[in-house]
Ligand binder design. Structure first.
Ligand code: RFL
Ligand code: PHB
Length: 391
């Protein structure tokens, strides 16, 4: 098999890249190790930045998002039983975010790719990227029990944190920057209308809690839990009781309970692999970097990376110049590090470390109180949350 761009992974990064290349008349093949149902059901992100929404629309993948997605103009910060709303458009000159689940973004992009785009092979596992430093990189993969080779002009590793593409970057040119956190998130989906019309980020002495949603009738909620927690240790009643405690307010706000349909625990990590390119191998999305989910940045960063790659390749086709491809890693990393900073700040602002001292607790409350008293502090948060520009 031969193609211009070999794409490993059909998460948001790989699927959107295939779509952007198709629209530019550049052929690609996508290899995805899992089956279609698995990819379409994997519960993850829920928030799309303004820039991501614009990219999906321009790519012709925004039709259902515009019908079913929920535009959100703010979030609520909850601490000390107080509530403070951050108004995004007022602070950022009109920017907002969209609640539209990653599962739905993937479903829309898969349907488009199968209908109009190049090959998208499910249950096709990349085994290794070879010849990244040459003009003819190859992906060795296994599909339907047979080993095969995909020969490419470029390979883009969109295969997530556990993928194989990153391994093809030689250790001597690689630098990894990493931080793990001593807690994780227990996430649930529940068949109950969201208890608030915007997301609620709550800081509590017992730990962080987040109220999010998937639709007007489905709630998505998260609880900070100790690292290594087994979701089965948490009965439904225990989850609701704990959420109720952490979201408690001084007014008459009430948490609605309903049947829990899914339950899982996610570890938290910050991770950056530099550089994001080696020869003709490019890394995009979680394959190159991870942020803790508190800032809702992971999917949006993946989108930024593949837009940057697609632009650079189109530029090369139009001008013969490699300048933008050569700048790929540095261009992406600037934005990545801003998202790393923002996600780290949001995480340390809202979570309670197991060894937190009373001094640190007070500092957290003081940091939160700044948002309620300083427009400059609020503006910084609103700019970070609604997203850093692609350019
Ligand atoms: P993905 O989605 O992990 O997709 C990688 C794909 O590659 C496949 N793969 C392989 N295919 C072939 N051969 C191999 N050897 C392969 N190895 C792996 C995998 O099966 C998979 O299909 O990476 P991508 O595309 O870079 O997308 C990144 C996002 O998924 C991720 O950053 C976000 O989900 C992070 N995230 C959030 N991001 C946001 O922007 N907003 C949010 O609100 C948000 N909330 C979240 C999140 C992540 C969470 N978890 C579970 C980590 C909430 C949670 C709880
Ligand atoms: C989600 O809805 O899954 C979600 C929303 C906001 C976050 C993280 C996850 O910060």
């Amino acid at each position: 098999m031969r193609t211009t761009v070999g794409i490993i992974g059909a998460g948001p990064a790989g699927l959107l890249l295939a779509r952007l290349l198709h629209n530019a008349g550049i052929d690609s093949v996508v290899l995805e190790s899992r089956d279609r149902a698995y990819v379409e059901r994997r519960q993850r992100a829920g928030i799309l930045e303004q820039g991501t929404v614009d990219v999906l629309r321009a790519a012709g993948a925004g039709e259902r998002m515009d019908r079913e997605g929920l535009r959100h103009d703010g979030i609520e910060l909850r601490f000390d039983k107080r509530r403070h709303r951050v108004d995004f458009p007022a602070l950022t000159g009109g920017r907002s975010v969209m609640v539209y689940a990653q599962t739905e973004v993937c479903k829309d992009l898969i349907a488009l790719q199968l209908k109009e785009g190049g090959p998208l092979l499910f249950e096709a596992e990349a085994l290794a990227v070879e010849g990244a430093g040459t003009d003819r990189p190859r992906v060795r993969f296994r599909h339907e029990g047979e080993e095969d080779v995909l020969e490419c002009d470029y390979v883009v590793g969109c295969d997530g944190f556990w993928g194989v593409a990153r391994k093809a970057v030689p250790a001597e040119v690689t630098r990894v920057f990493e931080r793990t956190y001593p807690f994780g998130w227990l996430g649930i989906l529940a068949d109950v209308p969201p208890s608030h019309d915007e997301l609620v980020y709550a800081r509590h002495d017992r730990g962080f809690a987040l109220l999010s949603m998937r639709s007007p009738s489905v709630s998505r909620l998260y609880l900070q839990v100790p690292e290594g927690t087994d979701a089965e240790e948490w009965s439904d009643e225990r989850i609701w009781d704990e959420l109720e405690r952490r979201f408690e307010t001084a007014d008459d706000w009430r948490l609605r309970r309903g049947p829990i349909t899914q339950k899982s625990v996610t570890p938290m990590r910050s991770y950056v692999h530099e550089p994001m390119r080696h020869g003709r191998l490019f890394l995009a999305g979680d394959a190159a970097h991870i942020v803790p989910p508190t800032g809702a940045k992971g999917l949006n960063l993946a989108v930024g990376d593949v837009v940057t790659f697609a632009r650079a390749l189109v530029h090369r086709r139009e001008t013969g110049s490699d300048t933008l491809l050569d700048a790929y890693s540095a261009t992406c990393l600037r934005r990545v590090w801003q998202a790393e900073r923002f996600s780290y700040d949001m995480t340390t602002l809202l979570h309670r470390a197991p060894d937190a001292t009373p001094f640190e607790d007070r500092l957290q409350l003081a940091r939160l109180d700044r948002f309620a008293s300083s427009r400059a502090a609020e503006t910084d948060l609103a700019e970070g949350y609604t997203g850093f520009p692609l350019d």
